[in-house]
Design a protein around this ligand. Structure first.
Ligand SMILES: NCc1[nH]cc(CCC(=O)O)c1CC(=O)O
Length: 304
C-alpha cells in the first residue's frame, strides 16, 4: 500500500482529527502518502432541526461510507461518540485511538460553573444527555437548542445568545480553545457520552491492507472502555433519542463502568455502576444496562 485516502467531514474538528490520524500514520510508515478527502454530510448541512428529527447520528457517517464503497476513499475518521452502536454491515473499526479528555466542559463568559449560574439562566445544548443532567442539577435553568460545529457554538455564546453552553473538552482542546473551559464536568457526578474523547478509524471490512495499516494506531485500553460504554448503550437501545451517558475506566485488569439514563423533559435520572474484568467489557456493559433497567430506565426509553 503506497497511498491512503482518508474521507473526512469538513468541520474544523473533523479536519483536525483526520490530520492527526494522517500525521501519525505518516510518522509510522515512511514512504506512505496519506491524503484527505473532505466531504459534506447531511448531519453537517441540516442545522435547523435536531439530529434525532433528521434520522440520528448515522447521518455523519453515511456519505463517508458511500465514498469508501465507491472506491474514492480507503478509510474514514470519526469521533467514536458519533458512530452508531451498530456499525453498517461490511464496515469495521480497525483503530480506536487513545482517548483524550473524556469530560464535558462548562463554557461561559460570565460564570465559573453550573452552581454559579443565576436563577433561570439560559444554557445552550441540543444534547438530550446534557439537558437531562443539567435539569437534574438545576431545574430552574432555561435550556435552549444549540447546534453547529464547535466554532459556531462558541460564536453564538459570544454573541450573547446564552449565559453558558456545554461542549466536549476534547473538541475544545483539539482546536486550541482550552482557555474557554471554565470548569470540567467530571465523573461520577456528570457523565459523558459513550466513547466521548475517542477518535476511531472506519474502513471496509474486506480491505485487509487498510485494516492492518490503521490497526497500528489502535489503543487497546481505550477500545476496552469504549466497548463497555457502547455495549451498555446498545443494550438500552441507545440513540440520539434517549439521554444515555457512560464512562468506563480500566485499572490493570479491573474495568469500572458508570452509566446514567435520564429524562431531558423533567431531569429525572437513574444511575448505576459496577466493576468487571477488562477482558469482558461487553458483559460489564450489559450488567450496568440491566441495573439501570431495574431502576426504571425503561420508562425514559419508552417515552422517547
Ligand atoms: N456531537 C459532536 C461532537 N462529536 C465529538 C465531539 C467532541 C470530540 C470527542 O468527543 O471526541 C463533538 C463536539 C461536542 O460534543 O462538543
Amino acid at each position: 500500500m503506497t497511498t491512503l485516502r482518508i474521507a473526512t467531514r469538513k468541520s474544523p474538528l473533523a479536519l483536525w482529527q483526520s490530520e492527526h490520524v494522517a500525521d501519525r500514520l505518516r510518522a509510522a510508515n515512511p514512504g506512505l502518502t496519506v491524503t484527505l478527502v473532505p466531504m459534506s454530510t447531511r448531519g453537517d448541512e441540516v442545522l435547523d432541526r435536531s439530529l434525532a428529527a433528521i434520522g440520528g447520528k448515522g447521518l455523519f457517517l453515511k456519505e463517508l461510507e458511500l465514498a469508501m464503497l465507491r472506491g474514492e476513499a480507503d478509510c474514514a475518521v470519526h469521533s467514536l461518540k458519533d458512530v452508531p452502536m451498530e456499525l453498517e454491515p461490511g464496515f469495521a473499526l480497525p483503530a480506536i485511538l487513545a482517548r483524550a479528555d473524556y469530560a464535558d466542559a462548562f463554557v461561559s463568559n460570565h460564570f465559573a460553573d453550573i452552581a454559579a449560574l443565576p436563577q433561570g439562566a439560559r444554557v445552550g445544548t441540543s444534547s438530550l444527555r446534557r439537558q437531562a443532567q443539567l435539569r437534574a442539577l438545576r431545574p430552574d435553568l432555561q435550556l435552549l437548542d444549540l447546534r453547529g460545529n464547535v466554532n459556531t457554538r462558541l460564536a453564538k455564546l459570544d454573541n450573547g445568545d446564552y449565559d453558558a453552553i456545554v461542549l466536549a473538552c476534547a473538541g475544545l482542546e483539539r482546536l486550541g480553545f482550552d482557555d474557554r473551559i471554565r470548569s470540567r464536568l467530571q465523573a461520577p457526578q456528570w457523565l459523558p457520552a459513550p466513547a466521548q474523547g475517542a477518535v476511531a478509524i472506519e474502513c471496509r471490512d474486506d480491505d485487509v491492507a487498510t485494516r492492518e495499516l490503521c490497526a497500528q494506531l489502535d489503543d487497546s485500553g481505550t477500545r476496552v472502555c469504549a466497548e463497555a460504554e457502547r455495549a451498555m448503550n446498545r443494550a438500552l437501545h441507545g440513540s440520539c433519542h434517549v439521554p444515555v451517558a457512560a464512562y468506563a475506566q480500566l485499572d490493570g485488569e479491573h474495568l469500572y463502568l458508570a452509566g446514567l439514563v435520564g429524562s431531558a423533559a423533567d431531569g429525572r435520572v437513574v444511575r448505576a455502576h459496577a466493576q468487571g474484568r477488562g477482558d469482558a467489557p461487553e458483559c460489564l456493559g450489559l450488567e450496568v444496562a440491566q441495573m439501570l433497567l431495574e431502576q426504571g430506565a425503561g420508562e425514559f426509553i419508552a417515552a422517547s
